[in-house]
Design a protein around this ligand. Structure first.
Ligand SMILES: [Zn+2]
Length: 253
């Protein structure tokens, strides 16, 4: 244990002296915890047609999740976001216009983050603490500007790949779909239930076919002894896990 800590400290010193920014040190990919907990996170929206059935399903399953909402869609659905919050879900920042942040100026990035904080506070009465960049794309500037607004950058270690399922919002080429869609469903269920470990943050999207898969996914995770919590709850029980390998797992939206 002491030896591990010593090596980690030496590595940190090396990173500082060599001028390499340990970019993953400032982002949360998963959480180191002694509890058998995983967090559900849903990106994008909210949109009434998909978020209300999702919210109803989560209520039925007694699951609380983290919703990374888009600011302009929150502005158009303040009551819906308030309902999500009132049902115990955690509301987090996913920028105002869902733009790829590394391409923007500092002023634009700050505006994307601040406007979303403001509209979430208008809906829920609370400022968000967590932020996920669209497409999982960020750089040191994005992390620093988010931190200046009290936001922690949250990524994921389990990607459901459900954006392939949701063909209405994430159009895919016809040839990449199986006729009955069953193989996609099986793949999403398998990814989540086999890749999850204590402290995992699971990436899903707000809407689409995911809703129909949730009863199976939740049952399988609970059978494996997992409790499903929000990202914020996970972070209260443990500390961010730093991944040594850059995760190049981009999502299309
Ligand atoms: Zn997104």
């Amino acid at each position: 244990m002491t030896r591990t800590v010593g090596i980690a400290a030496l590595f940190g010193l090396y990173m500082i002296l060599s001028g390499i920014t340990p970019i993953n040190a400032d982002t949360v990919w998963s959480v180191e915890t002694t509890r058998r907990q995983v967090a559900f996170s849903f990106d994008d929206g909210p949109k009434p047609e998909s978020s209300i059935p999702l919210m109803d399903m989560l209520e039925k399953l007694q699951v609380r999740a983290t919703f990374f909402v888009v600011g302009h869609e929150t502005q158009a659905n303040l009551d819906l976001v308030k309902r999500l919050h009132d049902q115990g879900h955690e509301i987090a920042n996913h920028t105002y216009n869902h733009r790829r942040l590394p391409a923007l100026s500092e002023t634009e990035i700050l505006s994307e983050l601040q406007q979303t904080n403001d509209v979430i506070r208008a809906a829920t009465g609370e400022s968000p603490r967590l932020f996920r960049p669209p497409g999982g794309q960020f750089n040191t500037k994005v992390i620093q500007l988010a931190a200046s607004l009290g936001l922690t950058v949250v990524l994921w270690d389990v990607n459901a790949g459900d954006y392939v399922l949701d063909v209405h919002r994430f159009p895919v080429k016809d040839e990449s779909r199986r006729e009955d869609g069953a193989s996609f469903s099986q793949s999403v269920i398998a990814k989540i239930t086999t890749q999850s470990k204590p402290g995992s943050i699971i990436l899903m999207h707000n809407g689409g076919d995911m809703i129909e898969l949730l009863p199976t996914i939740v049952a399988k995770l609970r059978n494996r002894g997992f409790e499903i919590v929000t990202v914020g709850e996970l972070l209260r029980e443990g500390k961010p896990r730093i991944h040594s390998v850059w995760n190049d797992d981009h999502v299309p939206d």
